[in-house]
Design a binder for this molecule. Structure first.
Ligand code: NDP
Length: 469
C-alpha cells in the first residue's frame, strides 16, 4: 500500500534536511556578507545595500541552487570595473584645487552601465558603490536594457561660481571620457549634478571625442534631451505610491504629505502629489525644514531652489505664515499620512520612523536612494505600513533616461505626454513586478522583498546565460 503519511523516522529526516538547508542558506548569506565586509572595509553604506539584497533574495537562492553553484551573488557584489581619478581645476582666485573622481561600472549583464554622477563633499568610494549596486536591480526593474553603474566626486558645487563649476566639470570629463560611451556607459545627474553640470560635461565630451552622441542623459532639450526627464523621478515616485494607495483602497485626496529635500526629485514629487489632490505640508534642505499648513507654494520653492540656488529658509520671507525650523531631522515629526523621503541616504532612522508612525503616517515611498535605515524599515513593516523601496519607487528617473537614450538612437523627439505616459506604464509595470515576485516567494505585500527578488532574478538569469565572465 502506498504511504500517505510520514513515519516518525521520515519526519525526523525531513526536518533535519530542511533545517540543514535553512541553516546552510543563512550561513551562505552570512559568509558572502562577511567576505564583502572584509574585502571592502570602511564602506558601511555599501555593506548595508548588499545586506538588504542578500536578505531578500534568500528564498530565490533556496529554490535555485545553480545560482549558488555558479557564484552569481559573489560575482554580483564585485564591480566589473572601478575607476578613481584626480580632478584638478582652478578656482576664481587662480588657486589650484584637487578633487577625487569615481566611476564604478558595476554590472553590464542586461545593458550598458547606467547611473548618475553625484557631486557632494560626502562622496567616497563606499557611497558610489552602494549607489551602483542598488542601480543594478533598479535598472533591471525598469524593463529597459540598462546595466548598473554610478559615479561622482567629493566636489561641492554649492557656493561655487558657474566658471568654477565649469572648470571642475571639464576636468572631470577629461578623464571620464575614455571610460564611457553611448553603448558602454551612460552617466546622468544625481545630487549636485543638474542641467548645468550635465551641459558642461557634455560639451567637454563632445570636444574631446569629436562626436555628438547620447553619452549622457538629462541633456538640454535643444541638444538631445528628453521632455519629462526633469520631472521623471518625482512623477514616477508618485505614480508608484498611487498604486500603493489604491491597493489600500484610497487615493491622494486630502492626504497630508511630507516631502524631504527640495531638489530635483522632491520638487516634482511635490508637483505630482499636489496635482492628484495631496497637500504637501513640509519640505527641507540640508539646513532645515519648512512647514506650511496651507500646502507648500511650489512656485516659491522653484524660484528659491531652481532659479536662485538659495536656501529653503527664504520661503518664510514670502510666506510669513509658514514656519522654518533649523536642522533636518525634525521634519519626520510633522503629522502626515504619506512620507516621501527625497533627500539623501539614511535620512530616516529608527527614531524618526517611530515618530512618523506615532503621528499617523500610513504610507512611505522612497524617492531618495536608501533614505531609510534598516531599523526604520523594520519599524514601518512591523507597523503594517506599505513601504515602497527606492530601487522600485524612484526608478522613473533612470527609466526615462533610457527613453532619452532610445530617442537619441532613433534621432527622434517624443512629446511630453508620450514620455510621461511611457513613464507611467513603466512605474505600473514595476509595481506589478514587485507584488508578483513578493507573492511568488511567499512574502505577499512586501514590496521591498518583491523589488529585490524581481530585479535580482532578471540579472542573475542574464549572468547565467553569459557564462563565467
Ligand atoms: P538634488 O541635488 O537636486 O537635491 C537634493 C536635495 O536634498 C537638496 O534639496 C539638498 O539640500 C537636500 N538634502 C541633502 N542632504 C540632506 C539632508 N541630510 N537632509 C535634508 N535635505 C538634504 O538631488 P536629487 O533631487 O537629484 O536627488 C535626491 C535623492 O534622489 C538622492 O538620493 C538621489 O540619489 C536620488 N535619486 C535621484 C534621481 C534623479 O533623477 N535626480 C533618480 C533616482 C534617485 P541642499 O540644497 O541643502 O543641498
Amino acid at each position: 500500500m502506498p504511504k500517505t503519511v510520514f513515519e516518525p523516522k521520515d519526519d525526523l529526516l525531513f526536518i533535519t534536511l530542511f533545517l540543514r538547508k535553512v541553516i546552510f542558506m543563512s550561513q551562505y548569506s552570512d559568509d558572502v556578507l562577511a567576505k564583502v565586509i572584509a574585502r571592502n572595509p570602511g564602506e558601511p553604506e555599501f555593506h548595508q545595500a548588499v545586506k538588504e539584497v542578500l536578505m531578500c533574495v534568500a528564498p530565490v537562492l533556496d529554490k535555485r541552487p545553480e545560482l549558488i553553484k555558479e557564484k552569481i551573488v559573489e560575482r554580483l557584489v564585485e564591480p566589473e570595473r572601478q575607476v578613481i581619478f584626480r580632478v584638478p581645476w582652478v578656482d576664481d582666485k587662480g588657486e589650484v584645487q584637487i578633487n577625487r573622481g569615481f566611476r564604478v561600472q558595476f554590472n553590464s549583464a542586461i545593458g550598458p552601465y547606467k547611473g548618475g554622477i553625484r557631486l557632494h563633499p560626502s562622496v567616497y568610494l563606499g557611497i558610489i558603490k552602494f549607489l551602483g549596486f542598488e542601480q543594478i536591480f533598479k535598472n533591471a526593474l525598469t524593463t529597459t536594457p540598462i546595466g548598473g553603474g554610478k559615479g561622482g566626486s567629493d566636489f561641492d558645487p554649492k557656493g561655487k561660481s558657474d566658471r568654477e563649476v565649469m572648470s571642475f566639470c571639464q576636468s572631470f570629463m577629461t578623464e571620464l571620457f575614455r571610460h564611457i560611451g553611448p553603448d558602454t556607459d551612460v552617466p546622468a545627474g544625481d545630487i549636485g549634478t543638474g542641467a548645468r553640470e550635465i551641459g558642461y560635461m557634455f560639451g567637454q565630451y563632445k570636444r574631446l571625442t569629436n562626436t555628438f552622441t547620447g553619452v549622457l542623459t538629462g541633456k538640454g532639450l535643444q541638444w538631445g534631451g528628453s521632455l519629462a526627464r526633469k520631472e521623471a523621478t518625482g512623477f514616477g515616485l508618485v505614480y508608484y505610491a498611487t498604486r500603493m494607495l489604491q491597493d489600500a483602497g484610497t487615493d491622494w485626496n486630502g492626504k497630508r504629505v511630507i516631502v524631504s529635500g527640495s531638489g530635483n526629485v522632491a520638487i516634482y514629487a511635490n508637483q505630482k502629489a499636489t496635482s492628484l489632490g495631496g497637500k504637501v505640508v513640509a519640505m527641507s534642505d540640508s539646513n532645515g525644514y519648512i512647514v506650511d499648513e496651507n500646502g507648500i507654494d511650489l512656485d516659491a520653492i522653484k524660484e528659491i531652489k531652481e532659479v536662485r540656488r538659495g536656501r529653503i529658509k527664504e520661503y518664510v520671507d514670502v510666506h510669513p505664515e509658514a514656519s522654518y525650523v533649523e536642522g533636518c531631522k525634525g521634519i519626520w515629526t510633522v503629522p502626515a499620512d504619506v512620507a516621501l523621503p527625497c533627500a539623501t541616504q539614511n535620512e530616516i532612522d529608527e527614531e524618526s520612523a517611530k515618530a512618523l508612525v506615532a503621528n499617523g503616517a500610513k504610507f512611505v515611498a522612497e524617492g531618495a536612494n536608501m533614505p531609510s535605515t534598516p531599523e526604520a524599515i523594520s519599524t514601518f513593516l512591523d507597523a503594517g505600513i506599505p513601504f515602497g523601496p527606492a530601487k522600485a519607487a524612484n526608478a522613473g528617473g533612470v527609466a526615462t533616461s533610457a527613453l532619452e537614450m532610445s530617442q537619441n538612437s532613433m534621432r527622434l523627439h517624443w512629446s511630453f505626454d508620450e514620455v510621461d505616459s511611457k513613464l507611467h506604464g513603466i512605474m505600473n509595470s514595476i509595481y506589478d513586478q514587485c507584488t508578483a515576485a513578493a507573492e511568488a516567494y511567499g512574502q505577499k505585500g512586501n514590496l521591498m522583498a518583491g523589488a529585490n527578488i524581481a530585479g535580482f532574478v532578471k540579472v542573475a538569469d542574464s549572468m547565467l546565460a553569459h557564462g563565467v565572465v
